[in-house]
Design a protein around this ligand. Structure first.
Ligand code: AMP
Length: 276
């Protein structure tokens, strides 16, 4: 496994590589990340994983400061699954002290769910992913559906710049108890972790009621009860059209997804589930 922290060395190594699969991450790797590496390895000749905690996508300084950074362990994990290349740049390599964000039209994706509650977050995501795409020039890039809205934003960005890159969405990996794997789970104490499992319970209950034809407003009431009984602080729980993330308040025949953001203690967690 090759590890590079400069663009020059990385690009020299990649010059003669064809069929590059790319998995961008912020490190503190778990099996969710590894499932993306495996998907890339199964489809591409060379898999590049980046580990970079991107400051421009954090809209909260404490969150950025506390984000887990365990690079040595990450490299061990990536070596164990035979990842071909790891890119570990520092801030200067990426931004040269100019932390200005790319500004492209995202339509309503900017105004709902993560777009609404984390202003500037997606502009930061687009900025780093575009920079990394330009540096690595992959044919395919793999993203987790845990960040469902992010996948849509990336697809929009790829279309906007007409990039010849195929975006591959990958399913959510969960702990045995249902908790969606996340680097931020490391920051939860045991009580907060137990409470966080209720996000999955809520999604399951929501799906069950949705399939029983219960009115969406009533489902929300039931779902919110589970969340508050678990001592979680709900930021949003919404139903949306899974194709375009327009918010749905009535039952439709369209593929529908439930998306949740909630705090367990001080840690903000997101999760989602298809309802039909
Ligand atoms: P992050 O390191 O949090 O920026 O995530 C890097 C990539 O891993 C993103 O595409 C995430 O959507 C994906 N990812 C994070 N958690 C999971 C999970 N539990 N299952 C599948 N993919 C995930």
């Amino acid at each position: 496994m090759k590890v590079f922290s400069t663009i020059k060395e990385l690009q020299e190594f990649l010059t003669d590589k064809t069929e590059i699969g790319f998995v961008p991450t912020m490190g503190a790797l778990h099996d969710g990340h590894i499932s993306l590496i495996k998907a890339s390895k199964s489809e591409c000749k060379t898999t590049v994983c980046s580990i970079y905690v991107n400051p421009t996508q954090f809209n909260n300084a404490t969150d950025l400061k506390n984000y887990p950074r365990i690079i040595e362990k990450d490299l061990e994990i990536l070596a164990s699954v035979n990842c071909d290349v790891v890119f570990t740049p520092n801030d200067f390599e990426i931004y040269h002290n100019d932390f200005e964000k790319l500004d492209i039209p995202l339509g309503h994706l900017e105004e709902v769910l993560e777009g609404k509650f984390r202003p500037g977050h997606f502009a930061g995501v687009i900025t780093i992913v575009k920079k990394l795409f330009d540096i690595i020039k992959p044919q395919k890039a793999f993203f987790g559906q845990k960040d469902y809205q992010q996948v849509m934003v990336i697809e929009k960005m790829v279309k906007h710049f007409n990039l010849p890159i195929k975006i591959i969405p990958c399913v959510i990996l969960r702990e045995k108890n249902g908790l969606a794997m996340s680097s931020r789970n490391m920051l939860l104490n045991s009580e907060e972790k137990k409470a966080a499992i209720s996000i999955f319970e809520t999604l399951n209950k929501t799906k069950e009621l949705f399939q029983k034809d219960v009115d969406p407003e009533e489902i929300k009431v039931e779902a919110k009860k589970i969340i508050s009984n678990a001592n979680l602080k709900l930021e949003y729980l919404e139903f949306a059209n899974a194709k375009n993330l327009s918010i749905v308040n009535d039952k439709t025949n369209q593929k529908t997804i439930c998306l949740i953001a909630a705090y367990s203690g001080k840690i903000r967690l997101i999760d989602n589930m298809f309802l039909n």
